[in-house]
Design a protein around this ligand. Structure first.
Ligand code: 6PG
Length: 251
């Protein structure tokens, strides 16, 4: 097993997975702050990370050096920040507000802007100003869609071919976005520049895609999560038993 092989950690259910992810998140944040004075984390959206956020909030503001942690997003839906589909809103309700985190450390994507490309370029400029080019996150959290997408890198979408940009407006056609929609997303090169990357994946509806992504033939156009291979960082998959059911050695 080479250090570059993805590490798959299996847990009984979403709650157990989320507790382990909370321990990992806290340890990483403490280490980053002790080594570099700061910690920059890109949060994932969707529903899976909500339990992690709730657990971190329940541990209270003293559980890790939040005053040195900057929160960013891996992707956002093109909706206002108070919309039910907003990834920012989910994190605000489950983590940011309960902990009373300072707004100066919260860097959301302006999904409400009508000019999606301008929103992506504005976020890219913010990222590069704060984290360089490529922007180097201490931690990127990712999820997996039942179609093999991650962040908002959807099968067959133009952002999959992006090699120069760090954030793009990605037009997506998928039943998962109810037809066609634009998403603002980090690109694979931006994610792969991170020091640590964690997939959080739970539920039987992810089993087929997870097996394809981790053990199937290379086909990133069909399974974009296969694009995630940190250039020097570490990749760990936190999966629950239901999502891991189709993996070889799942027993
Ligand atoms: C988003 C996410 C997306 C998500 C997967 C899994 O904005 O939807 O960033 O990549 O992680 O779709 O979503 P669930 O956790 O809801 O299954």
């Amino acid at each position: 097993m080479s250090p570059r092989d993805p590490v798959v950690q299996k847990f009984g259910d979403l709650d157990a997975l989320s507790r382990a992810a909370a321990d990992d998140f806290a340890a990483l944040a403490r280490r980053s702050v002790s080594e570099r004075g700061t910690c920059s984390i890109a949060l994932s959206g969707g529903s899976t990370p909500r339990r992690l956020f709730q657990l971190l909030a329940a541990r209270g503001p003293g559980a890790l050096p939040w005053e040195h942690v900057d929160l960013w997003w891996g992707d956002e839906r093109t909706v206002p920040p108070d919309h039910a589909d907003s990834n920012y809103r989910m994190a605000r309700e489950a983590l940011i507000d309960p902990l009373g985190l300072a707004a100066s450390h919260v860097h959301r994507i302006a999904g409400e802007l009508v000019d999606h490309d301008a929103a992506a370029r504005a976020y890219e400029r913010q990222l590069v100003a704060a984290l360089g080019a490529p922007p180097v996150f201490d931690l990127v959290l990712l999820g997996l869609g039942p179609d093999g997408h991650t962040a908002s890198l959807f099968p067959g979408s133009p952002a999959l071919d992006e090699t120069a940009r760090w954030v793009v407006a990605n037009p997506v056609t998928s039943p998962l976005v109810h037809g066609t929609a634009t998403r603002i997303t980090l690109t694979a090169p931006a994610i792969n520049a991170a020091r640590q990357v964690r997939f959080l994946i739970a539920g039987a509806d992810k089993a087929a895609a997870l097996a394809q992504v981790v053990e199937g033939p290379r086909d990133p156009k069909r399974y974009p999560a296969q694009l995630i291979a940190p250039s020097s960082g570490r990749l760990v998959w936190f999966v629950d038993a239901a999502a891991a059911a189709s993996l070889r050695g799942a027993a």
